[in-house]
Design a protein around this ligand. Sequence first.
Ligand SMILES: [Zn+2]
Length: 258
Amino acid sequence: MSDRVSPTSASPSTDVDVLAVGAHPDDVELTCGGTLAAFAKRGLRTAILDLTRGEAGTRGDPATRAREAADAARILGAAFRVTLDLGDGGLRTDRASELEVIDVVRRCRPRLVIAPLPDDRHPDHVRAGRLVADAAFYAGLRTLATAHPAHRPQQVVYVPSHFVADPTFLVDVSDVFETKLEAIRAYKSQFHDAASAEPQTYISTPDFLEGVVAQARSFGRMGTVAYAEAFVSRRPPTLADPIAAFEGYEPGFERGSR
Ligand SMILES: [Zn+2]
Protein backbone atom coordinates (compact mmCIF):
# COMPACT_ATOMS: atom_id res chain seq x y z
CA MET A 1 0.00 0.00 0.00
CA SER A 2 1.52 3.33 -0.96
CA ASP A 3 0.61 6.15 1.35
CA ARG A 4 1.14 8.97 -1.03
CA VAL A 5 1.11 9.40 -4.79
CA SER A 6 2.65 12.55 -6.10
CA PRO A 7 0.23 14.52 -8.27
CA THR A 8 2.43 14.09 -11.33
CA SER A 9 3.18 10.36 -11.11
CA ALA A 10 1.13 7.94 -13.18
CA SER A 11 0.63 4.70 -11.28
CA PRO A 12 -0.72 1.70 -13.26
CA SER A 13 -3.52 0.68 -10.86
CA THR A 14 -5.02 3.77 -9.29
CA ASP A 15 -8.70 2.97 -10.00
CA VAL A 16 -10.79 3.36 -6.86
CA ASP A 17 -14.45 3.04 -5.90
CA VAL A 18 -14.49 6.19 -3.77
CA LEU A 19 -12.41 9.39 -3.76
CA ALA A 20 -12.79 11.49 -0.60
CA VAL A 21 -11.60 15.08 -0.96
CA GLY A 22 -10.75 17.52 1.82
CA ALA A 23 -9.51 21.10 1.77
CA HIS A 24 -6.97 20.31 4.49
CA PRO A 25 -5.26 17.15 5.73
CA ASP A 26 -7.52 15.74 8.54
CA ASP A 27 -10.80 17.09 7.06
CA VAL A 28 -11.62 13.73 5.52
CA GLU A 29 -10.88 11.84 8.76
CA LEU A 30 -13.15 14.15 10.76
CA THR A 31 -16.09 14.16 8.35
CA CYS A 32 -16.15 10.75 6.65
CA GLY A 33 -13.25 8.71 8.08
CA GLY A 34 -15.66 6.09 9.40
CA THR A 35 -17.32 5.71 6.01
CA LEU A 36 -13.93 5.23 4.33
CA ALA A 37 -12.97 2.63 6.93
CA ALA A 38 -16.32 0.86 6.40
CA PHE A 39 -15.78 0.83 2.61
CA ALA A 40 -12.25 -0.58 3.05
CA LYS A 41 -13.60 -3.26 5.39
CA ARG A 42 -16.00 -4.33 2.64
CA GLY A 43 -13.08 -4.65 0.22
CA LEU A 44 -13.73 -1.47 -1.74
CA ARG A 45 -10.82 0.70 -2.86
CA THR A 46 -10.74 4.23 -1.49
CA ALA A 47 -8.41 7.18 -2.02
CA ILE A 48 -8.03 10.53 -0.30
CA LEU A 49 -7.25 13.85 -1.96
CA ASP A 50 -6.15 16.81 0.15
CA LEU A 51 -6.36 20.04 -1.84
CA THR A 52 -3.78 21.78 0.39
CA ARG A 53 -0.87 20.81 2.63
CA GLY A 54 -2.39 22.54 5.67
CA GLU A 55 0.49 24.98 5.82
CA ALA A 56 -1.63 27.75 7.43
CA GLY A 57 -2.25 25.70 10.58
CA THR A 58 -1.05 27.05 13.93
CA ARG A 59 0.41 23.74 15.07
CA GLY A 60 2.70 21.36 13.20
CA ASP A 61 4.45 22.00 9.88
CA PRO A 62 3.77 20.62 6.37
CA ALA A 63 6.36 17.82 6.72
CA THR A 64 4.88 16.66 10.04
CA ARG A 65 1.35 16.92 8.69
CA ALA A 66 2.30 14.89 5.59
CA ARG A 67 3.62 12.08 7.81
CA GLU A 68 0.51 12.20 9.99
CA ALA A 69 -1.75 12.18 6.92
CA ALA A 70 0.05 9.11 5.55
CA ASP A 71 -0.43 7.32 8.89
CA ALA A 72 -4.13 8.23 8.94
CA ALA A 73 -4.64 6.99 5.36
CA ARG A 74 -3.00 3.68 6.29
CA ILE A 75 -5.26 3.34 9.36
CA LEU A 76 -8.38 3.97 7.23
CA GLY A 77 -7.22 1.38 4.69
CA ALA A 78 -7.02 3.90 1.83
CA ALA A 79 -5.21 2.70 -1.30
CA PHE A 80 -3.38 6.02 -1.56
CA ARG A 81 -3.48 9.69 -0.68
CA VAL A 82 -2.78 12.59 -3.04
CA THR A 83 -1.83 16.02 -1.74
CA LEU A 84 -2.16 19.09 -3.96
CA ASP A 85 -0.85 22.53 -3.07
CA LEU A 86 -3.75 24.89 -3.83
CA GLY A 87 -3.12 27.24 -0.90
CA ASP A 88 -4.30 26.72 2.68
CA GLY A 89 -6.17 29.80 3.89
CA GLY A 90 -7.03 31.12 0.41
CA LEU A 91 -7.80 28.01 -1.62
CA ARG A 92 -7.33 28.71 -5.32
CA THR A 93 -10.18 27.76 -7.65
CA ASP A 94 -8.83 29.13 -10.95
CA ARG A 95 -8.74 27.05 -14.14
CA ALA A 96 -5.22 25.73 -13.45
CA SER A 97 -6.33 24.48 -10.01
CA GLU A 98 -9.48 23.00 -11.50
CA LEU A 99 -7.44 21.11 -14.10
CA GLU A 100 -5.27 19.61 -11.34
CA VAL A 101 -8.37 18.26 -9.58
CA ILE A 102 -9.87 17.07 -12.90
CA ASP A 103 -6.73 15.09 -13.60
CA VAL A 104 -6.76 13.42 -10.16
CA VAL A 105 -10.41 12.40 -10.73
CA ARG A 106 -9.50 10.99 -14.14
CA ARG A 107 -6.50 9.15 -12.73
CA CYS A 108 -8.51 7.52 -9.87
CA ARG A 109 -11.72 6.94 -11.87
CA PRO A 110 -13.92 6.91 -8.71
CA ARG A 111 -17.58 5.90 -8.86
CA LEU A 112 -18.38 8.17 -5.92
CA VAL A 113 -16.70 11.42 -4.85
CA ILE A 114 -17.03 12.85 -1.34
CA ALA A 115 -16.43 16.60 -0.99
CA PRO A 116 -16.81 19.29 1.70
CA LEU A 117 -20.31 20.81 1.86
CA PRO A 118 -19.95 24.21 0.15
CA ASP A 119 -21.83 25.91 3.02
CA ASP A 120 -19.43 26.26 5.93
CA ARG A 121 -17.70 28.61 8.35
CA HIS A 122 -14.31 27.98 6.69
CA PRO A 123 -14.12 29.64 3.24
CA ASP A 124 -11.62 26.97 2.06
CA HIS A 125 -14.32 24.32 2.63
CA VAL A 126 -16.86 26.36 0.63
CA ARG A 127 -14.40 26.80 -2.23
CA ALA A 128 -13.29 23.15 -2.07
CA GLY A 129 -16.87 21.87 -2.34
CA ARG A 130 -17.57 23.97 -5.43
CA LEU A 131 -14.20 23.22 -7.01
CA VAL A 132 -14.59 19.45 -6.59
CA ALA A 133 -18.18 19.39 -7.91
CA ASP A 134 -17.18 21.42 -10.97
CA ALA A 135 -14.04 19.33 -11.56
CA ALA A 136 -15.98 16.05 -11.25
CA PHE A 137 -18.36 17.23 -13.98
CA TYR A 138 -15.70 18.64 -16.29
CA ALA A 139 -13.61 15.46 -15.86
CA GLY A 140 -16.24 13.74 -18.05
CA LEU A 141 -15.75 16.08 -21.01
CA ARG A 142 -13.90 14.14 -23.71
CA THR A 143 -12.98 17.33 -25.53
CA LEU A 144 -11.07 18.59 -22.49
CA ALA A 145 -7.56 17.14 -22.69
CA THR A 146 -5.44 16.40 -19.61
CA ALA A 147 -2.88 13.65 -18.93
CA HIS A 148 -5.63 11.03 -18.45
CA PRO A 149 -8.79 10.09 -20.38
CA ALA A 150 -12.23 11.45 -19.51
CA HIS A 151 -14.14 9.96 -16.58
CA ARG A 152 -17.23 11.25 -14.77
CA PRO A 153 -18.11 9.91 -11.27
CA GLN A 154 -21.70 8.81 -10.66
CA GLN A 155 -22.24 11.48 -8.03
CA VAL A 156 -20.56 13.97 -5.74
CA VAL A 157 -21.90 13.82 -2.20
CA TYR A 158 -21.06 16.38 0.45
CA VAL A 159 -20.01 16.13 4.09
CA PRO A 160 -20.97 18.93 6.50
CA SER A 161 -18.36 20.33 8.88
CA HIS A 162 -19.14 23.37 11.07
CA PHE A 163 -22.68 24.21 10.00
CA VAL A 164 -25.71 22.06 10.67
CA ALA A 165 -27.13 20.51 7.51
CA ASP A 166 -30.08 18.18 6.99
CA PRO A 167 -28.53 14.87 5.92
CA THR A 168 -29.79 13.29 2.70
CA PHE A 169 -28.54 9.95 4.02
CA LEU A 170 -26.55 8.48 6.91
CA VAL A 171 -23.83 5.84 6.93
CA ASP A 172 -23.62 3.51 9.94
CA VAL A 173 -20.00 3.64 11.18
CA SER A 174 -20.56 1.91 14.53
CA ASP A 175 -18.31 -1.06 13.66
CA VAL A 176 -15.41 1.14 12.56
CA PHE A 177 -15.78 4.10 14.88
CA GLU A 178 -12.62 3.23 16.83
CA THR A 179 -10.72 3.16 13.53
CA LYS A 180 -12.00 6.66 12.70
CA LEU A 181 -10.83 7.95 16.09
CA GLU A 182 -7.46 6.25 15.64
CA ALA A 183 -7.06 7.98 12.25
CA ILE A 184 -7.92 11.35 13.81
CA ARG A 185 -5.45 10.74 16.64
CA ALA A 186 -2.73 10.11 14.02
CA TYR A 187 -2.67 13.90 13.63
CA LYS A 188 -0.72 14.30 16.84
CA SER A 189 0.29 17.87 15.99
CA GLN A 190 -3.31 19.00 15.47
CA PHE A 191 -5.46 17.42 18.15
CA HIS A 192 -5.26 17.16 21.89
CA ASP A 193 -1.90 16.06 23.24
CA ALA A 194 -1.30 16.86 26.91
CA ALA A 195 2.48 16.71 26.32
CA SER A 196 2.52 19.22 23.44
CA ALA A 197 4.18 22.63 24.04
CA GLU A 198 2.53 24.16 20.95
CA PRO A 199 -0.16 26.85 21.31
CA GLN A 200 -3.67 25.60 22.07
CA THR A 201 -6.11 25.97 19.16
CA TYR A 202 -9.82 25.42 18.63
CA ILE A 203 -9.20 21.84 17.49
CA SER A 204 -6.45 20.93 19.99
CA THR A 205 -8.66 21.09 23.08
CA PRO A 206 -10.07 17.84 24.53
CA ASP A 207 -13.54 19.38 23.98
CA PHE A 208 -13.08 19.29 20.22
CA LEU A 209 -12.65 15.50 20.07
CA GLU A 210 -15.56 15.05 22.44
CA GLY A 211 -17.58 17.11 19.97
CA VAL A 212 -16.58 14.78 17.11
CA VAL A 213 -17.82 11.78 19.10
CA ALA A 214 -21.00 13.59 20.17
CA GLN A 215 -21.82 14.54 16.59
CA ALA A 216 -21.44 10.93 15.41
CA ARG A 217 -23.64 9.80 18.33
CA SER A 218 -26.23 12.40 17.40
CA PHE A 219 -26.35 11.29 13.75
CA GLY A 220 -26.35 7.69 14.98
CA ARG A 221 -29.36 8.42 17.17
CA MET A 222 -31.15 9.85 14.14
CA GLY A 223 -30.49 6.58 12.27
CA THR A 224 -31.02 4.27 15.28
CA VAL A 225 -27.40 3.05 15.29
CA ALA A 226 -24.55 3.80 17.71
CA TYR A 227 -22.50 6.10 15.42
CA ALA A 228 -23.21 7.53 11.97
CA GLU A 229 -21.75 10.01 9.49
CA ALA A 230 -24.00 12.39 7.55
CA PHE A 231 -24.04 13.12 3.83
CA VAL A 232 -25.81 15.72 1.72
CA SER A 233 -26.59 15.08 -1.94
CA ARG A 234 -28.31 17.35 -4.43
CA ARG A 235 -29.73 14.22 -6.05
CA PRO A 236 -31.23 11.80 -3.51
CA PRO A 237 -30.23 8.13 -3.67
CA THR A 238 -32.91 5.83 -5.09
CA LEU A 239 -33.67 3.08 -2.60
CA ALA A 240 -34.44 -0.42 -3.85
CA ASP A 241 -36.18 -1.17 -0.57
CA PRO A 242 -37.46 1.78 1.52
CA ILE A 243 -38.87 -0.62 4.11
CA ALA A 244 -35.50 -2.29 4.69
CA ALA A 245 -33.85 1.16 4.78
CA PHE A 246 -35.92 2.10 7.85
CA GLU A 247 -35.53 -1.27 9.58
CA GLY A 248 -35.29 -0.82 13.33
CA TYR A 249 -36.33 2.87 13.33
CA GLU A 250 -39.23 2.07 15.66
CA PRO A 251 -38.07 -0.95 17.63
CA GLY A 252 -40.88 -2.84 19.30
CA PHE A 253 -43.53 -1.13 17.19
CA GLU A 254 -46.67 -3.19 16.92
CA ARG A 255 -49.72 -2.49 14.88
CA GLY A 256 -52.15 -0.34 16.86
CA SER A 257 -49.58 0.81 19.44
CA ARG A 258 -48.50 4.45 19.76
ZN1 LIG B 1 -10.53 21.98 6.81
